[in-house]
Design a protein around this ligand. Structure first.
Ligand code: ATP
Length: 225
């Protein structure tokens, strides 16, 4: 069986100038691949490219054998993601955002699914507020809930720990592990050694080159940085 995510000689960057790469990796169903590296190494650029949010400079990425293409429904159906620049509808409440995502992805019993995510991310009290009226951490929780409420087989998370308190970081780690236990594949860009250790089975270090290192070594590198 082919890998869920196959990255071959991928080079990413801006205006034709590479910021990192080449990256080569195969990630199977149920695997969590951590991605670590210093600020500016190119982790977000690589994650955005793999998610189809910016063009690749060179190489190839396939998800279940499909080329990366955010405009193609079969690709979009497989891939859920979280990025710092993800946007909100200013006049929709947190609950309405989740309803929209759940219905757009044909989630069965969307109201129940929405309530489950509001509970999990401790957003019930603010569920009827609009994004501008909640805290930055609560907006981050909404984005995480939006990525997790919908079906997917590949979850791409870019520093999901940002703006989360320690309790929610730990819960998020458990949730990511549950996603993988259910057969999902995760690409996790993180600066959080505890989150990395709690989740990742393998790890890529983006440095002058890109190489695979053990998660415990990666966690020590992050912690010592
Ligand atoms: N839109 C852009 N246009 C041009 N260069 C960019 C753009 N976004 C990022 N860069 C540059 O690309 C390089 C990689 O940035 P990237 O955000 O991918 O790094 P990162 O590893 O995710 O960093 P961090 O840990 O700080 O989030 C940096 O030098 C950055 O300044």
């Amino acid at each position: 069986m082919g890998a869920v995510l196959e990255i071959s000689e991928l080079s990413v960057g801006y205006g034709g100038a590479p910021v990192c790469g080449p990256i080569t990796a195969r990630v199977e169903a149920g695997e969590i691949l951590g991605v670590v590296g210093f600020n500016g190494a190119g982790k977000s650029t690589a994650a955005r490219t793999i998610a189809g949010k910016q063009p690749m400079l060179d190489g190839e990425v396939r998800v279940h054998g499909l080329p990366v293409n955010e405009d193609a429904l079969p690709f979009r159906r497989q891939v859920a993601s979280l990025f710092d620049e993800d946007a909100f509808f200013p006049s929709l409440s947190l609950r309405e955002h989740l309803q929209l995502v759940a219905r757009g992805h044909s989630v069965p019993d969307p109201d129940k699914a929405v309530n489950a995510e509001l509970d999990f991310f401790a957003l019930q009290e603010r569920a009827d507020a609009v994004p501008a009226s909640v805290s930055s951490g609560q907006r981050r929780r909404l984005l995480l809930a939006s990525a997790l409420i919908r079906p997917s087989s590949l979850l791409i998370l870019d520093e999901p720990e940002q703006r989360l308190d320690p309790v929610m970081r730990e819960r998020l780690g458990e949730r990511i592990a549950v996603y993988a236990d259910g057969g999902g594949t995760v690409l996790l860009v993180t600066h959080d050694p505890a989150l990395l250790l709690a989740t990742a089975g393998r790890c890529l270090l983006i440095d002058d080159d890109v190489r695979e290192i053990a998660p415990d070594r990666a966690a020590s590198e992050i912690a010592g940085r």
